[in-house]
Design a protein around this ligand. Structure first.
Ligand SMILES: Nc1ncnc2c1ncn2[C@@H]1O[C@H](COP(=O)(O)OP(=O)(O)O)[C@@H](O)[C@H]1O
Ligand SMILES: Nc1ccn([C@H]2C[C@H](O)[C@@H](COP(=O)(O)OP(=O)(O)O)O2)c(=O)n1
Length: 664
């Protein structure tokens, strides 16, 4: 996951390959609650691991469920209708799929509970659900604004509930109110329980997921149209033992759109097929209408680009409210204005999604019309796209769907602010996108300079702030030095061919900040001054330098790279947009290295360090191939009198100066 304040996606121009998607949020949280209400143990495979499922799991654990976890498989011992803990204060983040059903279940289970979430959760309505439950005799108080969480729930005896008249619940604000009642009311099914929906029920496919999963847990709800639902007397939750969670169809929408937009041999999605129980899978019909070619099997989808430009669309998107946001970005690539209708529910989601989409699409240069329940997006012709900083409003779907704007024909990058909001449902979204997307040019920042000037320190920090990959090219020469010593060689010209072979086939792996040579951790061994001197000697051999070129260039991956060394800007990445030549006086550098080595418990003297360092400077800058020198277009940074933070700030400032983004 990218924990950076922003993520710059370079202009993308193609995509091909296979993606495995995380489990569906809607299915995951429903299954968790049903497994908790049932008796016996349920093993849930492929459960989504995200913010919203984590708050649900934490809440269920606080209520006394015993939960075991092994990767994406969760074993949950159900409560069998009896709480083990009858008072708790539960924090439910911004997860509507946790807040609504837990409100209903806890109101019936008996106990004193407080349910709260993030500030946005306290702006998302729950009054219609609370009204339906209080009609029955449940006792629920608003702790803040009436009609909204946080809530206090008080105990009632189940046999005092008024279940003889149909329970009336509004269905035209959020279908989650009905889902919450359907999931929880079997707890009270001493007699048939009838639920009547008031108003036109929206997002019906989500109700189908609810009914389907209730059936898997032994509850056969009878449905009369979409107005009346009956939970039969004597209904009891029965664990199915094992259950698999399908991949999230809403998450699939970004990759379906990717296949439709991007040049390439197509995208294959594993984990969900056209027969999915998730309503958002109907996104494929809309994508086909816009021109995508889509094939499907029981558990996969394959998508490629067909009509281009895409065909404009005018649809009622009520049945695919979440996935339809993706259509709003696809519309930029269409042959005329596209209209998404009947989407009033967007206004009460993680943010007001109609406003959010309209604002951010406009930043790209698009003309957008929006009303209480619709949005109309005009296509953006080549030449009219702008590089934009996209605000994401703590809404995972805004962040994900705007990444698709990076395929614009004008080659403009897209900046996604607060990209970590995707953790709500798809923490690895951007990594997954980058695993299949292609770009004309992965951005690179080079930091070259003499030893102990602070290159490593600066490079690591700049890479961390930008979410870029990091290449410590010196470590490759250092590891080669160790490998040749182990082969009984000296770092001399007479062994050049053998050493070059060793360098070419280094069994090297970088993992969790460690450098592994044939599986052995050599992170400390390569940092000694002797290893540095061997590295400096071996690096004068032209055959060795050539042998390491491809390995160094293989680090250039999306979304970008910061590379540290001696010849990053001159030889390895001559086209890099920013090249920094970092220096400091020999005196400062010797002092820094001295401190660094002492702090690692390695004893040394300042004088010998300074002598070694000057010898290394001389060898590195006077060798015949790729000597240490600033690239012609490098910016010089002498950090003798700077703190690390000042050097980092300077480089980030230079980087920002050459980005095309306007202030957000
Ligand atoms: N601008 C700076 N001011 C003070 N100390 C620094 C600065 N940059 C780096 N250092 C310190 O100098 C030491 C050497 O830095 P390092 O990044 O290992 O250099 P290099 O990779 O160029 O050999 C480290 O202990 C680091 O914390
Ligand atoms: N791109 C590079 C990186 C390092 N080298 C050589 C020259 C250096 O003296 C050694 C060790 O490099 P490294 O960057 O690890 O050394 P310092 O941390 O700056 O002391 O490798 C090189 O020739 N080209």
């Amino acid at each position: 996951m990218y924990a950076t304040p922003f993520l710059d996606i370079p202009a993308l121009n193609g995509a091909s390959g296979t993606v495995q998607l995380p489990g569906s949020k809607s299915i995951s949280n429903r299954v968790l609650l049903l497994a908790a209400l049932a008796s016996g143990t349920t093993t849930i495979h492929d459960l989504l691991d995200s913010d919203d499922t984590r708050v649900m799991l934490d809440a269920l654990a606080a209520l006394g469920c015993v939960i075991g976890r092994d990767g994406t498989t969760v074993k949950l011992e159900g409560l069998g209708g009896a709480l083990r803990s009858t008072s708790a204060s539960l924090f439910l983040g911004n997860a509507g799929t946790a807040m609504r059903p837990l409100t209903a279940a806890l109101a019936l289970l008996g106990g004193e509970f407080e349910l709260k979430g993030v500030p946005r959760m306290h702006e998302r309505p729950i009054g219609d659900l609370v009204d339906a439950l209080t009609q029955l005799g449940c006792r629920i108080d608003y702790l803040g604004n009436p009609g909204y969480p946080p809530l206090a729930i008080h105990p009632v005896a189940i046999d005092t509930l008024q279940l003889d008249a149909p329970i009336r619940v509004r269905g035209d604000v959020s279908s989650q109110f009905l889902t919450a009642l359907l999931l929880a009311l079997p707890l009270a099914a001493r007699r048939d329980i009838v639920i009547d929906v008031v108003g036109e029920l929206i997002s019906k496919p989500y109700i189908e997921i609810t009914l389907n999963l209730l059936a898997r847990f032994g509850i056969a709800v009878r449905r009369d149209g979409w107005q009346r639902f009956t939970i039969p007397a004597g209904s009891q939750y029965r664990s199915p033992g094992e259950i698999h969670v399908e991949a999230d169809a809403s998450s699939a929408s970004y990759f379906i759109a990717l296949g439709a937009i991007a040049n390439g041999s197509g995208i294959r999605i594993e984990g969900v097929g056209a027969e999915s129980i998730q309503g958002d899978i109907r996104f494929i019909d809309a994508a086909r209408q816009m021109g995508a070619r889509i094939d499907s099997g029981p558990n996969w989808l394959s998508i490629s680009r067909d009509a281009w430009p895409l065909k404009a669309i005018d649809i009622d998107a009520n049945h695919i409210p979440d996935a339809a946001m993706t259509l709003a970005v696809m519309a930029l690539y269409a042959d005329g204005p596209s209209t998404l209708r009947n989407i009033a529910s967007w206004r009460v989601k993680e943010t007001d999604r109609i406003d959010a989409m309209a604002n951010e699409l406009a930043k790209l240069g698009a003309t957008v019309e929006a009303g209480p329940d619709f949005i109309r997006v005009h296509p953006l012709p080549a030449g009219a796209w702008q590089a934009a900083s996209i605000r994401t409003y703590d809404d995972h779907r805004v962040a994900m769907c705007f990444s698709l704007a990076a395929f614009n024909p004008d080659g403009k990058p897209v900046r996604i602010l607060e990209p970590h909001c995707v953790a709500k449902t798809f923490p690895e979204y951007f990594e997954t996108l980058f695993s299949v997307a292609r770009t004309v040019e992965v951005p690179v920042i080079c930091v070259d300079g003499p030893t102990a000037s602070g290159k490593g320190t600066l490079t690591i920090e700049v890479a961390r702030r930008l979410g870029y990959h990091y290449l410590d090219s010196g470590s490759l020469y250092r590891v080669t030095g160790i490998a040749l010593r182990r082969a009984g060689l000296a770092p001399d010209a007479e062994h050049e061919a053998r050493i070059a072979e060793i360098a070419h086939a280094l069994p090297l792996c970088f993992s969790e900040g460690k450098v592994l040579l044939a599986g052995e951790d050599v992170s400390d061994a390569i940092r000694t001054e002797a290893a540095g001197m061997d590295a400096s000697r071996v690096s004068t051999l032209p055959g060795v330098r050539t042998a390491l070129v491809d390995l160094q260039r293989s680090f250039r991956k999306l979304p970008g790279l910061v590379a540290d060394g001696r010849d990053m800007g001159t030889v390895i990445f001559p086209d890099a947009k920013l090249k920094v030549f970092l220096t400091a006086s020999a005196e400062h550098r010797a002092e820094r290295r001295h401190k660094q080595l002492i702090s690692k418990g390695i004893s040394t003297t300042l004088d010998s360090l300074r002598a070694d360092l000057e010898a290394r400077d001389l060898r590195d800058s006077s060798r015949s191939v790729a000597p240490l020198k600033p690239a012609q277009d490098a910016r010089l940074l002498d950090n003798s009198h700077q703190t690390v933070e000042q050097s980092v700030g300077q480089v980030l400032h230079w980087w920002q100066e050459i980005q095309p983004f306007k202030a957000s």
